[in-house]
Ligand binder design. Structure first.
Ligand SMILES: Cc1cc2nc3c(=O)[nH]c(=O)nc-3n(C[C@H](O)[C@H](O)[C@H](O)COP(=O)(O)O)c2cc1C
Length: 151
């Protein structure tokens, strides 16, 4: 089945973008088409497009979404659009060294999208930078199963 996936990237130093590039390479085969968008300058209307969404975001500050994700996150919170037709997944990046706020960036998007009626596909991923695994490798392995669920 053909499917369109939008990967929305929240990042400070580019790691989440590497993850998105890896997933795009793995998924985009003509039947599955992938569009990767940095969250910079996006607003809630990005979810009006047909297709499924993958929020791929790290965590900064005290459990905050990265700077480039703030406008989108705040716009969703302010406008509270009905997202009941939206299906999404979350690939979160974080570091367990920040025990109190581990992976809160992905968690915050997940909770907000659920509140707005969107349906999550699969479990939320919580990559841990202190685990010694590379997030793009974890993503490539995880991505196959997620794509199958999304289809
Ligand atoms: C200043 C700073 C603050 C961070 N705060 C958190 C945090 O509160 N929770 C967490 O899980 N990870 C935190 N991290 C870890 C990053 O989310 C993690 O290294 C991630 O892989 C970075 O991805 P990016 O390059 O896409 O931004 C922090 C990292 C830095 C440098």
């Amino acid at each position: 089945m053909s499917i369109r996936i939008h990967i929305l990237v929240g990042t400070m130093t580019g790691t989440a973008q590497l993850v998105a590039q890896e997933l795009e390479l793995a998924w985009d085969d003509g039947e599955t088409t992938v569009a990767t968008l940095l969250m910079d300058k996006l607003d809630a209307s990005v979810f009006d497009q047909p297709g499924v969404f993958l929020v791929c975001t790290s965590t900064y500050g005290q459990g905050d979404v990265p700077d480039n994700a703030k406008a989108l996150y705040e716009d969703l919170k302010a406008k509270r659009p009905d997202l009941s037709r939206v299906r999404y997944g979350v690939f979160g990046l974080g570091d367990r060294t920040y025990a109190e706020t581990f992976n809160f960036g992905g968690k915050k998007f997940d909770e907000l999208l659920t509140e707005l009626g969107a349906q999550r596909i699969g479990e939320r991923v919580q990559h841990d930078a202190s685990s010694g695994t590379l997030p793009e490798e974890v993503a490539a392995q995880w991505g196959e199963g997620w794509l199958a669920l999304a289809k």
